[in-house]
Design a protein around this ligand. Structure first.
Ligand code: PAZ
Length: 358
């Protein structure tokens, strides 16, 4: 949900939110795994990125039957996580339950069903004798190369323990987890990046206002007044992770609003980068908005860069686009993915951020 028709009630502060809304039951268990993961990565001197991915839900009942959802398949987050791994990061992948995940995303049930990769190989060719041997299952030869590449990386990540996967469903799960993970990650100082690609509700129904049981029909139309979700990015920047390199995303459907909204977010929260994307162009075009300074020098060649007008001359816009040659590559085995360029550019900026401290 985006800011459509806000009501008059004052937004929850982060403090009030966490004092009044219950933590998810699995929080302590999840945080124990995060703590141990972060300790391991610190010992190895790894850079760590927290990738959030997928949309949050807003339950309307405590015994939930109905909920509101935010748009996101999890493609951006899952794809980016793979490129972060390739770039040498360890990844905490915090995603919406059942949304796309790194590696398995290549074989999503709707676009590339896993069973279509497999063939049954009958070893017993004598039709008169009973079939006693269990047939072999093999991978279709034309699919092997791709599968091997994905599988090898998947196995390596498991072996090296460079990815931790956690999941959320509701916006409440998301907020509690983000706060707790930020607390653990703050120990890593500038070596940590936040890549906040999840689509998070702007409004929620406090548990105190929620109906215990399924909302009954028969009383005419349904009126629900929601409260504003606290501006959690502000808390991350100002309190929970002052040294982290923080990247947020902004999704818009009206192209005229994209840049103003990105600038507004950067000014409001004071973090490092806002990546803006238009709903229909997000797979091949994004814009980085950041403050001018050492982090945004040395542009990559396939981008254009502009400074804003007088009032915002301290901000830069930096467009990343997949070119026509990339589009034709989509007919080949490996289509180019814009996340590869996004991650390369962020890795470069993050390194400048780390170097700037020394
Ligand atoms: O997951 P997906 O690839 O379908 O979509 C990604 C996205 C558009 C949700 C993401 O790039 C994004 O913009 N997230 C922030 C959304 C927001 O403005 O809250």
């Amino acid at each position: 949900m985006k800011d459509s028709e806000p009501s008059g009630s004052a937004p929850f502060s982060a403090e009030t939110y966490f004092a009044t809304q219950p933590p998810p039951p699995s929080l302590d268990h999840d945080m124990a795994t995060v703590r141990s993961f972060v300790r391991k990565q610190t010992e190895r001197g790894m850079k760590v990125v927290l990738v959030t991915s997928g949309g949050t839900t807003v339950p309307l009942e405590r015994n939930m039957v109905r909920f509101l959802d935010n748009f996101s398949a999890g493609t951006r987050g899952a794809t980016s996580a793979e490129y972060f791994i390739k770039a040498g990061y360890s990844v905490i992948f915090m995603h919406r339950q059942f949304s796309l995940q790194p590696f398995s995303r290549h074989y999503s049930h709707s676009t590339n069903p896993f069973l279509d990769l497999l063939e049954i190989e009958h070893t017993n060719t004598n039709p008169s004798s009973p079939l006693t041997a269990v047939p072999n299952i093999t991978v279709t030869p034309s699919k092997r190369e791709d599968l091997l590449e994905v599988l090898a990386m998947y196995k390596k990540v498991h072996h090296d323990e460079t990815m931790l996967t956690l999941n959320f469903a509701t916006v409440n799960d998301y907020l509690w987890m983000l706060r707790a993970i930020s607390h653990e990650l703050s120990l890593l100082g500038r070596s940590v990046m936040y890549y906040l690609a999840a689509a998070v509700s702007d409004f929620f129904l406090p548990s105190q206002k929620m109906s215990e049981h399924k909302i009954q029909s028969g009383k005419g139309s349904l009126h629900i007044e929601m409260d504003q979700v606290p501006k959690i990015l502000k808390s991350i920047v100002d309190e929970w992770s002052r040294e982290g390199f923080i990247v947020s995303f902004k999704l818009e459907t009206d192209p005229a609003l994209l840049l103003p909204k990105c600038r507004q977010a950067l000014e409001r929260y004071g973090h490092q980068v806002v990546i803006g994307n238009d709903l229909h162009r997000r797979k091949f075009e994004v814009v980085f908005v950041s403050r001018n300074g050492p982090n945004v020098t040395e542009k990559a060649s396939n981008t254009s860069n502009n400074n804003f007008g007088a009032g915002e001359s301290h901000l830069s816009e930096y467009w990343l686009r997949l070119g026509t040659s990339d589009a034709s590559a989509s007919s080949l085995q490996h289509p180019r993915e814009i996340e590869e360029d996004i991650v390369r550019e962020l890795e470069r900026r993050h390194q400048l951020w780390i170097d700037a401290a020394s």
